[in-house]
Design a protein around this ligand. Structure first.
Ligand code: HEC
Length: 149
């Protein structure tokens, strides 16, 4: 019986030792000042870091700063404006944009940021994406307008 016990106990002890070692490593890693900073940072920041890592980092990190007009358009505005659903003026449709462009950029921008109810439908504030900054909405408007004049 003694031999059998040893036969099981020895590998078990080895596994347990490995576990303890790994746990110690993890604990040591988690207690660096950097990791403490990361864990006590605002939730939003941690999410950015995580999603950045998951998608290769570059795009997400960049988009958090300031998205290009094209990026904003593709992600938020194209849903309605690419096909012209729900009464949205289709991007590139000069007829649909002529009278709108005549209002001037300031009005278009005001409508895009604050939303407006026109004759053909409802434009939501920031196209429904409230996370967009004024500058990002403006860049998207400029992008759409350039393709539609
Ligand atoms: C849910 C659909 C939808 C989305 C998403 C959307 N729009 Fe619109 N947008 C509309 C509709 C509908 C109109 C036309 C309203 C009308 O004239 O009755 C419109 C009109 C506009 C106009 C013309 C305003 C004017 O004064 O004629 C601009 C500029 C515009 N959208 C910009 C954007 C931008 C920039 C985005 C993305 C950030 C966006 N839209 C996303 C539906 C949408």
């Amino acid at each position: 019986m003694k031999k059998a016990t040893l036969f099981f106990a020895a590998p078990l002890a080895a596994v347990a030792a490995l576990f303890l070692f790994a746990a110690a490593q993890v604990a040591a890693k988690h207690n660096t000042p950097e990791s403490l900073d990361a864990r006590t940072a605002p939730v939003g920041q941690i999410n950015v870091a995580e999603s950045g890592a998951a998608t290769g980092g570059v795009t997400v990190a960049a988009s958090r700063g300031r998205q290009s007009g094209e990026a904003v358009y593709e992600r938020t505005c194209a849903v309605c404006h690419a096909s012209g659903i729900a009464g949205a003026p289709r991007t590139g449709d000069r007829e649909a944009w002529r009278a709108r462009l005549a209002q001037g950029m300031a009005v278009l921008l005001e409508h895009a940021i604050n939303g407006f109810q026109g004759e053909t439908g409802v434009m939501l504030p920031r196209g429904g994406n409230t996370a967009l900054s004024d500058a990002e909405v403006e860049a998207a408007v400029v992008y759409m307008v350039e393709l539609s004049r």
